[in-house]
Design a protein. Structure first.
Length: 760
């Protein structure tokens, strides 16, 4: 939201009160409390009227400074904030000097300038990260055309020359957010616009720090778009809360962010395999689903999960959690047969109950739905005729909803696709617990996914997983998420990737998307290139709207592409699952923007058409029908994973790939554990593993980790090189029937033992 009209003037109806000086700084054991006046205080008469701002500086975690700004402190209802499940009370150091006061928490400090001239300076050591400077912190009164004055608080933090901003949730606009206006409100807009299903009021910058605006929302961001050398964020109300998070690297920032807001649990290994769905508005029944599954098997196309989308329930009755008997007369027997084929089963759900549903009257009677302010049930025709929305702030409603899901689990379902959760009213409604409906709009998606994930953890243990579209900050605790409604075009494929990179830069460890695009019917080239991209993502799902996404309905070559890349992903599972495990411990995502992995390489600061899966694998999807693609390789010698071709880094390449290839490069000085299984993603990664070694420098060593299906480390060790001699040592756990691969030359297989030396 822009409050100014250029550098000097204000928008019509705006009165701005900017912090002008820290008039008083009160020192407490764990915080500084600053009285910021909005005019310089030159004599006693200047103290007779406000407004003033109370600024509290504290730390919820080492390396994080929290800034809480308040105008009126007692005239508003208690606020909703982002869940900070990792917050603590770390020891801080406070120095109260004559001209400034400083609070330090771990690697980060904030200096408060005393006296005339407002200033907060955030720094790591002597390195300045950002500042709240002249006219940065402001209290704004805006008289609208309706005659109502609305109050806002805004902060503006400085940007240095060349500093780029990333993140702010799953945004499909340009990856670098400089120059953009970002409204932090969850909306169901698809991937082709500026709206987002997954808003996260957090931004990461190329200077190695981050800012989390600790608000439920809505928050409005002006990223170098109102003041070009600043990021402004504002909210309507009497207060504003934000955290500045130290680095020094982008990975360090994301790690601290997730330590504060929570980290993802490790998804089950089977979930990394291929998911196939019925698609959305297609006609299907048990025979259709069984035909797809059997045809996949006949064509030797490995399949791990089968998903039933909306019409497993009867039309006009979503969600009543009852199978449509016309197409699925005996669901328990059907699901048992599908389990016997080695499949897991996913079911589509949402948090809405249509008026025709048998559950609607019960929900109204028991008060399980969001209500209007007059006490009657809120209803809308937007999506399902006459639908109501489950109120998860009501414990009884939450238990009721979970009870119906529990019944589906008893029937044989394994997980749920938690769709929707964005079209939540924020005006004229009330919640059971009295929460502000404006602030609940974004948090609703969290409560919805938490209710489902909590039940799955109770029933499935480590196999708990949802496939969620909407979420908010801290939602990485309930994996996984997919990118929403995209078109079947190369352009939409690219915007989906930008959304994924933006979301994972906010600490979301796992992310997926609709292979082939959701809307429309994908041309063969789009479908096959999207298969490659999809199988080189953390989670991989074939899904569409009005047409089936099985490959033989596109062309026969699509079957070959799907077979090759699904099996490739299965062989990569020892590496991918170890990186997934690492993400749950460090918060660093599996899919990483190039900036996260190579923050010192200026060429990587704007890259949004390639990424890394962990630190050892670089992926560049192909976005052209001809197969032409440009890829940048950072410093070092990179090895094409499929062909073995080596290329010098620090430069761009223009390549052409057929449909059975893509730019897929192993990083120098890396070891990738290579699995023995191609037919499924979940197997014993510690047996038959080949440690593929890539450009290990003479005298250097590289580490490897293998994680078991139980989520614990099965083996850990190092590979070192001395001349032509390679030595692998398992320092923790054990590998069985394992060996080394150096440039395609394989060592003898070592059945047992912790050390393998080989003259590669």
């Amino acid at each position: 939201m822009k409050f100014t009209d250029g550098q000097w003037m204000l928008q019509p109806g705006v009165a701005a009160h900017y912090a002008a000086e820290a008039y008083a700084v009160d020192v407490h054991e764990d915080r500084l409390v600053v009285l910021a006046t909005t005019r310089p205080i030159k004599h006693r008469g200047d103290t007779l009227q406000g407004p003033t701002l109370t600024v509290t500086l504290s730390s919820p975690l080492p390396g994080v400074i929290r800034v809480s700004v308040a105008h009126y402190t007692a005239s508003s209802a208690p606020r909703l904030h982002i869940p900070m499940v990792g917050a603590s009370h770390p020891a801080v150091q406070i120095v109260d000097g004559e001209t400034q006061a400083t609070l330090t928490s771990g690697a980060i400090s904030v200096d408060v300038k005393k006296g005339e001239g407002w200033g907060l300076t955030f720094r790591e050591g002597e390195r300045v990260l950002t500042k709240s400077d002249w006219r940065g912190l402001g209290y704004i009164q805006w008289a609208g055309k309706d005659g109502i004055t609305r109050n806002h608080v805004h902060e503006q933090l400085t940007l240095a020359v060349g500093e780029n901003v990333y993140g702010l949730g799953e945004r499909f606009t340009p990856f670098v957010k400089n120059g953009q206006v970002v409204e932090n409100t969850n909306k169901d807009g698809g991937t082709a616009c500026e709206q987002a299903y997954k808003n996260v009021p957090f931004y990461l910058t190329s200077r190695g720090y981050g800012v989390l605006v600790n608000e439920a929302g809505p928050v409005s961001f002006e990223v170098g778009s109102e003041k070009v050398a600043r990021v402004q964020f504002s909210r309507e109300g009497e207060s504003l809360d934000y955290c500045v998070i130290a680095g020094p690297t982008p990975k360090d920032v994301v790690s601290r962010l997730t330590a504060l807001t929570g980290r993802a649990p490790l998804p089950p290994a089977w979930s990394f395999g291929l998911w196939l769905t019925t698609s959305f508005t297609t006609k299907y029944d048990e025979a259709t689903a069984t035909h797809f599954i059997d045809e996949m098997a006949r064509r030797e196309l490995p399949l791990s999960v089968f998903h039933f989308d909306c019409f497993w329930m009867r039309e006009f009755q979503w969600c009543d959690f009852a199978w449509d008997p016309r197409g699925f007369p005996d669901p328990e027997a059907m699901l048992a047969r599908l389990h016997a084929k080695g499949l897991k089963i996913s079911l589509w759900i949402n948090p809405y109950v249509a008026q025709k549903s048998p559950l609607f009257a019960e929900g109204v009677r028991e008060g399980y739905f969001i209500k209007r302010t007059n006490g009657l049930t809120f209803q809308t025709d937007l999506w399902q005729p006459g639908m109501a929305i489950v109120d998860f702030t009501n414990p009884a409603a939450k238990a009721w909803y979970q009870g119906h899901l529990r019944r589906l689990l008893d029937q044989g379902a394994d997980c749920f696709k938690t769709d929707f959760g964005e079209r939540i009213p924020s005006e004229g409604v009330q919640y059971f617990d009295g929460s502000d409906p404006v602030e609940m709009h974004n948090l609703y998606a969290l409560q919805y996914n938490e209710a489902v994930f909590e039940l799955l953890q109770e029933r499935q243990g480590r196999d708990a997983i949802v496939f969620a579209r909407s979420t908010y900050a801290s939602g990485q605790r309930f994996p996984v998420h997919w990118g929403g409604d995209c078109w079947s075009t190369f352009e939409s494929m690219a915007e989906s990737l930008r959304g994924g990179l933006s979301l994972t830069s906010c600490g979301f460890a796992f992310w997926s998307h609709d292979i082939g695009g959701f809307e429309g019917k994908p041309p063969p080239a789009v479908y096959k290139r999207w298969i490659q991209f999809g199988l080189m993502s953390s989670h991989s799902r074939l899904h569409g709207s009005s047409s089936y996404r099985v490959p033989w309905l596109v062309d026969e070559e699509s079957c070959d592409v799907l077979r090759v890349f699904t099996r490739l992903k299965h062989q990569l599972m020892p590496y991918l699952y170890a990186k997934a495990h690492e993400a749950t411990e460090t918060g660093v995502p599996l899919m990483r923007a190039m900036l996260l992995e190579h923050p010192q390489d200026p060429a990587c600061t704007t890259l949004d058409r390639q990424y890394q899966l962990g630190e050892s694998l670089l992926v560049a999807p192909v976005f052209t029908e001809s197969g032409e693609v440009e890829v940048y390789l950072p410093e070092g010698t990179w090895t094409h994973l499929l062909s073995g071709e080596k290329k010098a880094g620090g430069r761009w390449y223009r390549e052409t790939h057929d449909f059975l290839s893509m730019p897929l490069y192993a990083a120098p000085n890396s070891v990738i554990p290579w699995g023995a299984e191609t037919d499924k993603p979940d197997y014993d990664y510690a047996r038959g593993t080949v440690l593929r070694v890539f450009e290990l420098a003479d005298g250097a060593s590289a580490t490897f980790t293998v994680v078991g299906l139980d989520g614990h480390v099965a083996a850990r060790g190092t590979v070192s090189r001395a001349g032509s001699q390679y030595t692998a040592r398992v320092t923790d756990g054990a590998l069985r029937d394992w060996g080394l691969d150096v440039d395609g030359r394989r060592s003898p297989v070592l059945a047992e033992g912790a050390t393998l030396s080989w003259g590669g």
